[in-house]
Design a binder for this molecule. Structure first.
Ligand SMILES: [Zn+2]
Length: 91
């Protein structure tokens, strides 16, 4: 059974899936799919998987979350991104 991340990316899912453990903190399957799709659009499908693979397995959920915050920040604040939102206190 494919995880919701692999399902939206239409890629094969396995026991060692990179995305699966990253989605566990998100409760609804639909939100899991949306978060993955959003990141895949932002970083590109291959880019997202490369970024995730760059970290050790146990840190991947943290990487996923950080990428999500960064992408959201970048969309709200195209010039300064998430760091700018933190600095200006408008997070
Ligand atoms: Zn998967």
């Amino acid at each position: 059974m494919s995880c919701n991340g692999c399902r939206v990316l239409r890629k094969g899912c396995s026991d060692g899936c990179t995305i699966r453990p990253c989605l566990q903190w998100i409760k609804s399957p639909e939100a899991q799919a949306n978060a993955t799709l959003f990141l895949a659009k932002f970083y590109g499908r291959a880019g997202l998987l490369n970024l995730m693979d760059a970290g050790p397995q146990n840190l991947r959920p943290a990487i996923f979350r950080s990428l999500l915050y960064e992408a959201c920040g970048r969309i709200i604040n195209p010039i300064y991104g998430a760091a700018g939102l933190l600095c200006s206190g408008t997070w």
